[in-house]
Design a protein around this ligand. Sequence first.
Ligand SMILES: [Zn+2]
Length: 266
Amino acid sequence: MKYIDPHIHMVSRTTDDYQRMAQSGCIAVTEPAFWAGFDRSSPQGFADYFRQLTEYEPRRAALFGIRHFTWLCINPKEADDPGFAREVVSLIPSFLQSPTVLGIGEIGLNKNTRNERIILEEQIALAEKHNQLVLVHTPHLEDKLKGTRLIMDSLRASNIDPGRILIDHVEEHTVGEVLDRGFWAGMTLYPDTKMTPQRAADVIEMYGSERIWMNSAGDWGCSDPLAVPKARLEMSRRGHSQALIDRVTLDNPTTFLSQSPNFRLE
Ligand SMILES: [Zn+2]
C-alpha cells in the first residue's frame, strides 16, 4: 500500500519518523512553511528555514525513498507585523526557482486580525503573479468558521482558479462550504483533539471523496506522523473499498499536486 502525506512538518520530526513512514507506505510528503514553535527574530531566520525546506529535507527524505516537496510563505502566526512580514515575503521569489517548491503556503489567518489579512492578500497576489498553487491554513477552534469565510473571500477576489487552492484543517462545520465554493479541502488528523482518523472517515462518508485529502500535520506539538495510514486502516475496518481509500490518500493528492510542474513521483 502506498500513500502521500501532503501536509507534514518534517523539520520537527526525527529521521526515525521518515523510516517509520516509509515502512508504512509513504512515498511522498509535502511540507508547508509554518511556525516552528517559536517566533523568529529576523527575516534571516526565515531565509535559513527556506534553505532547510528546499535543500536539506529533500535529502533526508530521500534516504528512505520518500520524495519531499515544499511550500513557502510567512505563516499567519508571524504575519501580524506587516513591515517584518514584507521583508520575509521579498525573500520568496528567488526560492521559487527550487525544483521541489510546489507553491505558496500555508498562508491564511490565525487570529483573524486586519494585519494578518493584509499579508494574506499580498501573498495571494504573489501566488497569482508567479502562477503558483496555494495551500491555506485555517484557524483552529472558535475562529475557524469566520476565518475560513474571510480567507475564501480574499481568495475569490483574486484570479486564481479555486481548483488550484487547497484549504486545510477543515472540520465538519467548514468542509461543505469549502467544497461548494470549488476549492479543495484537507483534513488534518490529530491523535485526540480536533479531527481524528474516525471523524475524517465520517466526513468522507457524509461529503464524498471528491477534491478532498487527509494529512497528519506532524509538527512540533502532539501529533502523529502515521495518522494517514491509521485513517486508511479505520476506513478499511469500516468496509470501504481499497479504491476509495487510495483515492483520498494517494490519487487525490497526486491529482491536485500534479498541477505544479515540480511535482513528480518518479
Ligand atoms: Zn501546518
